[in-house]
Design a protein around this ligand. Structure first.
Ligand code: PLP
Length: 357
């Protein structure tokens, strides 16, 4: 099966095979990682290696904390304002899709949300021009969603927020290309697309921004307490942490983020070039903002959607149904998707268009 699901998503085959080979007995310990105490030296070494490899792969500066948390990106929608308001009252949002809207809705429980720019009137088909953003110089931070998984809109450059810390939800494009962590105050991502199994959430945060939580913030949601306890204030998602560590090693062993970016650009270009070359399929997103991770597309005749999906499934192509809020199709082509997988999809799309167009 070639799995185009938006998440949880396909994992590198080599990683799954390694998990299988050491599932019952990790490195001669006589135990599965699932059974180990997180305080024992075996798991401590797994955890430390994963952090070291992530720091190396993403080139994370020493003044950033890397946290291995739970609750998904959705929990961070609330934990971020709880932790980062730092005595301020307002936060800026640039909205380029539904995930940013959800994050803004949660932040509004704790802060005054200023929508500095939004492309909602154009159905989230582009990123508003930087010149049109109405940023508040006193905002505690500016929040963006670096890749909007549903609409297929992606930032390819770090936004300039005029000195205000930038917070980025990178759930669906983290580790898809080299990034300059020092341009962000905080980066967060649910693991289940480019990193590993669901249940783990990565937060990378500049250390001077933490330690000033809102009153009544539970300790378990306090980034400073989590950082001081190496993300083990309570039992962490051990197994997801371990598999994610194997994925970081896989990235390292396959040329690092520069090579990952090249493969991702080639996969996305193959799909968009075909979509733009004919009239049966269509992608509405402005070319320079098109996501390299999630490629939504519609059929000229939506009455053929069900037949398209049924045939795709029969051809071994799964997870192509578009999000319920936008309809049509969506091919999610995260790091673990191969160019061969994309070519199988293209062959199916071409044949479907030829016979039904
Ligand atoms: N943000 C983005 C960009 C997403 O794509 C998703 C899930 O698909 C989420 C947030 C929510 O993540 P979680 O399910 O980990 O809470």
């Amino acid at each position: 099966i070639v799995n185009f699901s938006a998440g949880p998503a396909t994992l590198p085959l080599e990683v799954l095979q390694q998990v299988q080979s050491e599932l019952l007995d990790w490195h001669g310990s006589g135990m599965s990682v699932m059974e180990m105490s997180h305080r024992d030296k075996e798991f401590m070494s797994i955890a430390a290696d994963a952090e070291k490899d992530l720091r190396e792969v993403a080139n994370i500066p020493a003044n950033y904390k890397v946290l291995f948390l739970q609750g998904g990106a959705t929990a961070q929608f609330s934990f971020i304002p709880m932790n980062l308001l730092r005595g301020k009252t307002g936060v800026d949002f640039v909205l380029t899709g539904d995930w940013g809207k959800k994050a803004a809705k949660e932040a509004a429980r704790y802060a005054k949300v200023n929508v500095a720019a939004t492309s909602e009137a154009e159905k989230f088909t582009h990123i508003p021009d930087r010149a049109s953003w109405k940023l508040d110089p006193n905002a505690a931070y500016l929040h963006i969603t670096s890749n909007e998984t549903i609409h297929g809109v992606e930032f390819f450059a770090e936004p300039d927020a005029a000195g205000v810390p930038v917070v980025a939800d990178m759930s669906s494009d983290i580790l898809s290309r080299p990034l300059d962590v020092s341009k962000y105050g905080l980066i967060y991502a649910g693991a289940q697309k480019n990193i590993g199994p669901a249940g783990l959430t990565i937060v990378i945060v500049r250390e001077d921004l933490i330690g000033q939580t809102l009153p009544n913030t539970p300790g378990i949601f306090d980034y400073k307490q989590m950082a001081d306890n190496e993300s083990m204030l309570n039992t962490p998602p051990c197994f997801a942490w371990y598999v994610s560590g194997l994925v970081f090693k896989w990235i390292k062993n396959n040329g690092g983020l520069a090579a990952v970016a090249e493969r991702n650009a080639a996969k996305a270009a193959a799909l968009y070039d075909y979509i733009d070359s004919q009239d049966f399929y269509r992608n509405p997103v402005k070319k320079e903002n098109r996501s390299r991770m999630n490629v939504p597309f519609t059929l000229a005749n939506p009455e053929l959607d069900a037949e398209f999906l049924k045939g795709a499934k029969a051809a071994g192509l799964s997870g192509l149904k578009g999000h319920r809020s936008v309809g049509g199709m969506r091919a999610s082509i995260y790091n673990a998707m191969t160019l061969d997988g994309v070519q199988q999809l293209l062959a199916y799309m071409k044949e479907f268009a030829r016979t039904r167009g």
